[in-house]
Design a protein around this ligand. Structure first.
Ligand SMILES: Cc1cc2nc3c(=O)[nH]c(=O)nc-3n(C[C@H](O)[C@H](O)[C@H](O)COP(=O)(O)OP(=O)(O)OC[C@H]3O[C@@H](n4cnc5c(N)ncnc54)[C@H](O)[C@@H]3O)c2cc1C
Length: 575
C-alpha cells in the first residue's frame, strides 16, 4: 500500500493548480497527482479561446460585478451567486499570478495582456494566448509542479474511490504499463477528473473525457448535481466534431445558412454570433431542421451550416486564430481564408458534477459534507455555470477554484490522520474485476456497444429533449446494461491493454449517461442548455433549484437543493 497526505486524481488545470497551492502554503505536505494520461495530455491543454477576467485592459468600464451579472444571466439564473462573486472577484488576481509564473499571454500594443470578445460577455474581457490558451497555461503549471516536488503518477488509471460512511480514505489504481494494482491511503482525496464528452457520439472532448471521477463518486454514494445541463458548443467542425473555438466568432466570423444569410439576427439580434452557446446551438439546430442547412456539395437541406471567416482576411486569421485555421485545413481540407467552414453543435462541457461548497469540499447530501474529499474543475459543481456556461469561464473556474480548493486542503490536512480500512478486500475486488474482464467469454465487441450507447445518448438527450424521446432512451439504457455483461475483449494482455481501460471507461460512460438522462427527464421546464419541446418555458416556482441525483444499481433517486441567490433577481433572459 502507498501513502500520501493528499492524492489528487487528475493532472489538468484544476488538479495542477490545487497541488501547486498546497505546496506553496506548506511545502512539507506530501502531495501526489495521479493521471491516466500524461498530465500535459489532459484535455485542458486543448483549450483554445481564453480565460475571462475584468482586467480592464481593453475596456475600462468593465468590473467584476458586470462579469458576475453576465455569468448569472448566462446561467439562466441557476448559478449560485455567492460562488459566482468569488469567481469574478478573484479572476484578475489569478491571471496576474499565472503571468508571474510565466504564462505567455498575447499582448496589446502597450504591452498589457490582450482581451477579446466572447459569447454572452458584455465587455471584452477574455485573456488569451492566440488560440492555444490551455496549452500555454498547463505547460507552466506542470513545470511548477516539478519545481515543488509533487509526486506524479502518470498513466495510472484510478478504478475506485475508497469512501466509507462519507469518509474518503484512499483509492485503488491500476498501472497501465504493467497491470499492477495498488491501494493508496490518503488523508485527503481530491477529484479533478474533467468532463464526460465521450458519453455522446460527437464531441469536442478528448478520448479520455469519459466522466470517470463523476461515476466513481456516484458509485461511492455521492449525489451528482445538475447533470441534465450538457453544453453543446455551436461550432464543432463537421463531421469530426472537434472544436472551432468561439474566439473565431469573437474575432468577427459569421454564421451563415444555406440562403447565405446571417440567421442569428432572427434569434439574438443584439448579440448576433456572440449570443451564449445554448441559444446559438438551438438556432443552428433549428436552421438545419428547417432545411436551411447545407450539404457537402453545397446543396441546401444538409446537416451543417457555415462559419464564414473570409471577410476577416489572412493576416488576422493567421495571427489571432492560427490553430483553428489549421484544424479545418488538416481535418476537412478547408482553407478558411478562402472557404467557409462546415460546423454544427458538438457535446462540449459538463455544467453539473460532483457537488462542492465554495471551499471545494464535496457534499454528501444537500446539507451534509463528506470528510477528506474535495473536487474542483469541470468534474465539480460549485455551480458558477448553472444551466449554461459562458465561454472562457471554465478555465477561470479551474484556476480560481483549483487555488481555493488547494488552500482549504492545506488547512484541512493539518488536523487529519490516515484512516484505517481493509485494504486487502479492496485489492482482491479490483483484481477480480480485472480478471473478470480479461477472461469474459462474451459475444459483443466493446467498441460496438460503446458506439451504440453514444448514438443513443445523442439521439435521446441532445440539444432538444422531450418526455417521449427520453423515455425511449432510458429503456434502451437498461438493454445496454444487459449487453455490457456480454462484452468480450480482444486483448487479454496485462501490458498496455488500452481495451481493458476502455472497458472500465465504458462502465463510467454508462453510469454518467443514465444520470444525465434521468435528471433531464425529471426537470420539466426549459432552462439554459436543457431545452424541452414539451415544457418550453422556464418554471422558477417549481424548478429554480439544483438537481441532486443519487445513483444505485437499483435505480436513480432524484432530489433537489436550493439555489444561492442574492445579487441579481431572476429575470427573463433576452439577448
Ligand atoms: C477543445 C476544447 C476547448 C476549450 N476551450 C476553452 C476555452 O478557451 N476557455 C475555457 O474557459 N474553457 C475551454 N474549454 C473547457 C476547459 O478546457 C475544461 O473545462 C477544463 O480545461 C477542464 O480542466 P480539468 O482540470 O477540470 O480537467 P482535464 O483537463 O480534463 O483533466 C482531467 C484529468 O483527469 C485525469 N483522469 C480522468 N479520469 C481518470 C482516472 N480514472 N484515473 C486517473 N486519471 C484520470 C486525466 O488523465 C486528466 O489528467 C475547452 C474544452 C475543450 C474540450
Amino acid at each position: 500500500m502507498l501513502e500520501h497526505d493528499v492524492i489528487i486524481i487528475g493532472g489538468g488545470l484544476a488538479g495542477c493548480r490545487a497541488a501547486l497551492e498546497i505546496k506553496r502554503l506548506n511545502p512539507s505536505v506530501d502531495v501526489a497527482i495521479v493521471a491516466k494520461t500524461h498530465p500535459i495530455r489532459s484535455h485542458s491543454v486543448a483549450a483554445q479561446g481564453g480565460i475571462a477576467a475584468s482586467l480592464k485592459n481593453v475596456d475600462p468600464n468593465d468590473s467584476w460585478e458586470a462579469h458576475a451579472f453576465d455569468t448569472v444571466k448566462g446561467s439562466d439564473y441557476l448559478a449560485d451567486q455567492d460562488a459566482v462573486a468569488i469567481l469574478t472577484q478573484e479572476a484578475p488576481d489569478v491571471i496576474i499570478d499565472l503571468e508571474h509564473m510565466g504564462v505567455l499571454f498575447s499582448r496589446l500594443e502597450d504591452g498589457k495582456i490582450a482581451q477579446r470578445a466572447f459569447g454572452g460577455h458584455t465587455h471584452n474581457r477574455t485573456c488569451y494566448a492566440a488560440d492555444k490558451t490551455g496549452h500555454a497555461m498547463l505547460h507552466e503549471l506542470v513545470n511548477n509542479l516539478r519545481r515543488h516536488e509533487v509526486k506524479i503518477y502518470q498513466e495510472w488509471y484510478v478504478m475506485q474511490l475508497i469512501l466509507e460512511d462519507g469518509d474518503a480514505k484512499g483509492l485503488v489504481m491500476y498501472h497501465i504499463e504493467d497491470g499492477e494494482i495498488v491501494i493508496v491511503r490518503a488523508k485527503v482525496v481530491m477529484c479533478a477528473t474533467g468532463g464526460y464528452g465521450r458519453v455522446f457520439n460527437t464531441t469536442s472532448n478528448d478520448y479520455a473525457s469519459t466522466g470517470d471521477g463523476l461515476s466513481m463518486c456516484a458509485i461511492a454514494g455521492i449525489p451528482l448535481e445538475d447533470m441534465e445541463f450538457v453544453q453543446f458548443h455551436p461550432t464543432g467542425l463537421y463531421p469530426v466534431g472537434v472544436l472551432i473555438s468561439e474566439a473565431v466568432r469573437g474575432e468577427g466570423a459569421y454564421l451563415i445558412n444555406s440562403e447565405g444569410r446571417r440567421f442569428m439576427e432572427d434569434y439574438a439580434p443584439s448579440r448576433m454570433e456572440l449570443a451564449p452557446r445554448d441559444i446559438t446551438s438551438r438556432a443552428i439546430t433549428r436552421e438545419i431542421r428547417a432545411g436551411r442547412g447545407i450539404h457537402l456539395d453545397g446543396r441546401p437541406g444538409g446537416p451543417f451550416i457555415y462559419l464564414d471567416l473570409r471577410h476577416m482576411g489572412q493576416e488576422k486569421i493567421m495571427s489571432r486564430i492560427p490553430f483553428c485555421w489549421e484544424e479545418a485545413h488538416r481535418l476537412v481540407g478547408v482553407d478558411a481564408v478562402y472557404e467557409p467552414m462546415p460546423v454544427r453543435p458538438t457535446a462540449h462541457y459538463c455544467m453539473g458534477g460532483i457537488p462542492v461548497n465554495t471551499d471545494g469540499r464535496v457534499r454528501l447530501s444537500g446539507d451534509k459534507l463528506t470528510e477528506g474529499l474535495f473536487a474542483a474543475g469541470e468534474c465539480a459543481c460549485v455551480s458558477v455555470h448553472g444551466a449554461n456556461r459562458l465561454g472562457s469561464n471554465s478555465l477561470l473556474e479551474c484556476v480560481v477554484y483549483g487555488r481555493r480548493t488547494g488552500r482549504s486542503i492545506a488547512e484541512y490536512v493539518k488536523n487529519r490522520k490516515f484512516s484505517e480500512f481493509d485494504s486487502q478486500s479492496y485489492l482482491d475486488n479490483a483484481k477480480q474485476r480485472i480478471q473478470g474482464l480479461l477472461t469474459k467469454k462474451g459475444t459483443i465487441r466493446l467498441g460496438a456497444l460503446r458506439q451504440q450507447f453514444q448514438d443513443s445518448m445523442s439521439e435521446h438527450c441532445g440539444v432538444f429533449r422531450s418526455e417521449e424521446v427520453m423515455q425511449a432512451g432510458l429503456t434502451q439504457i437498461q438493454e445496454f446494461k444487459e449487453k455490457y455483461n456480454q462484452v468480450y475483449l480482444d486483448d487479454t494482455d496485462s501490458c498496455w491493454n488500452t481495451e481493458l481501460i476502455e472497458a472500465m471507461e465504458l462502465q463510467n460512460i454508462m453510469v454518467v449517461g443514465e444520470i444525465i438522462l434521468t435528471s433531464a427527464f425529471n426537470r420539466k421546464e426549459s432552462r439554459g442548455a436543457h431545452s424541452r419541446e414539451d415544457y418550453t418555458q422556464r418554471d422558477d416556482p417549481n424548478f429554480l433549484k439544483h438537481t441532486l441525483a443519487y445513483y444505485s444499481v437499483a435505480g436513480i433517486d432524484v432530489q433537489y437543493m436550493s439555489v444561492a441567490l442574492g445579487m441579481f433577481e431572476p429575470k427573463e433572459r433576452k439577448y
